[in-house]
Ligand binder design. Structure first.
Ligand code: PLP
Length: 422
């Protein structure tokens, strides 16, 4: 075969113009935070494969439970059958989630789990005779997934631009500025805006959805826990449910087990995904409070939740997730994350450039926002040449490493970032 021929592109990659996409490194093995490529390179991974691989690659304990479960059975449907891996994981999640978030509905991806949360919220009201309450309020800069309803709730034209003509208008409020430690003055106007919006729309509104504390794909913005407490009060006053999308923030990314743990407020519904299964299998969960769950209990079968992904509660996924939570707790990951945070903050101090708008960090996430996305266009190859895998997007250069990353690896990554701006 003529090796100069471009192979046919059978594989359609995400978020990229296929006509001129760059050559991608081919991964043949991965271990801890290292990706090994076909052409013999070793890359330190700082993105943990879209923030999911929090325990690092090829983790022996996770491999073991996966194989053990595969040797028993790899899947049975939850429609009419049950199994221990799903039961145990549901009980574990109920135990570690805040407040009375006790009722766990599994699905196969974060987007679908957000869809389920929205369906739950709408049917919660309908089951009580409130079919008018069917709108969802969301935040500016939000990202909730790539399916239709989640695109509608999101606010990032990079993801939704091609569909703007089919997406209905949504009610959106501005996410607060001022970061984690925002002053009262910074919070006054966004809280007032939320209050006004809810007062105006509550007869038609089922829920408010937020990514608590840290918005990820929409722009890596950090906001104050006080906003969540205010949102909780406002929602309660007007019979609007509060949904937390913790698909990105769950499992330590903000320095607490869940971002919800930064505030007193407890949501009515919480969505988790990504790190839940540590990069082994796609899985997610929508977790409802007692109040939400009770609204589905009835003698009428029409009040049951009508959703059921084929792979929901997949035993392999549940077994890995359960073991992942055990590791997280037993190996005191929150301490590791705190240490990662210190290093990010310390090294970010040394990165200076007039091209930078802001440097932000919380828990195991650090981001450098630049004025123009063009600044970062060469970063990917610059980093690969130096043995680092970072994928900046738009005007954000971010790190979200696995929590098992070594100091040496993390410092190298941060040094490469500094060299780039120097
Ligand atoms: C990634 C993400 C989703 C979508 O999850 P998928 O598993 O990619 O469908 C939803 N919400 C947030 C906050 C996310 O970061």
């Amino acid at each position: 075969m003529d090796s100069s021929l471009t192979p046919p592109e059978n594989l359609w990659y995400p978020y990229v113009q296929m006509k001129n996409r760059p050559e991608y490194p081919e991964i043949v093995r991965a271990e801890g935070c290292i990706l090994f490529t076909r052409d013999g390179r070793e890359l330190i991974d700082v993105i943990s494969s879209w923030w999911s691989v929090i325990h690092g690659y090829n983790h022996p304990a996770l491999n073991k439970v996966l194989v053990d479960q595969a040797n028993r059975f790899s899947h049975v449907m939850l429609g009419g059958l049950t199994h221990q891996p799903a039961q145990l994981l549901a009980a574990k999640l109920a135990e570690i989630c805040p407040g009375d978030l006790n009722h766990v509905f599994f699905s196969d991806s974060g987007s679908v789990a957000v869809e389920v949360a929205v369906k739950m919220a709408i049917q919660f009201h309908r089951n009580q005779g409130n079919s008018e309450k069917r709108r969802i309020i969301s935040l500016s800069g939000a990202y909730h997934g790539d399916t239709f309803k989640t695109m509608e709730l999101g606010d990032d034209s990079d993801f939704t631009g091609a569909f703007s003509h089919v997406l209905p208008d949504t009610v959106r409020v501005n996410v607060p500025k001022g970061g984690y430690n925002a002053e009262e003055a910074d919070l006054k106007s966004p809280i007032a805006e939320l209050q006004d919006t809810v007062v105006r729309h509550h007869p038609q509104t089922a829920a408010l959805i937020v990514e608590p504390i840290l918005q990820c794909a929409g722009g890596f913005r950090i906001y104050s826990p006080a906003y969540l407490d205010a949102a909780r009060e406002i929602c309660d006053r007007h019979n609007v449910l509060l949904i937390y999308d913790e698909v990105a923030t769950g499992f330590g990314r903000t320095g607490r087990l869940f971002a919800a743990n930064h505030a007193n407020a407890v949501p009515d519904i919480m969505v988790i995904g990504k790190a839940l299964t540590a990069g082994y299998l796609g899985h997610a969960a929508t977790i409802a409070s007692n109040k939400v769950y009770r609204a589905f209990l009835s003698n009428e079968s029409s009040k049951a939740l009508m959703h059921g992904p084929t792979y929901m509660g997949n035993p392999l996924a549940c077994a890995v997730a359960f073991e992942g939570i055990r590791l997280f707790q037993e190996e005191n990951y929150l301490e590791k994350i705190n240490h990662i945070h210190q290093l990010i903050v310390q090294e970010f101090e040394k990165i200076c450039s007039e091209k930078i708008v802001e440097k932000r960090a919380i828990g195991g996430m650090g981001v450098i926002e630049v004025k123009s996305s063009a600044t970062l266009s060469n970063f990917r190859s610059f980093a690969i040449e130096r043995g680092v895998w970072i994928r900046p997007f738009a005007s954000y250069l971010y790190v979200m490493p696995a929590y098992v990353i070594s100091d040496e690896q993390l410092l190298k990554i941060l040094r490469v970032m500094r060299e780039f701006f120097d």
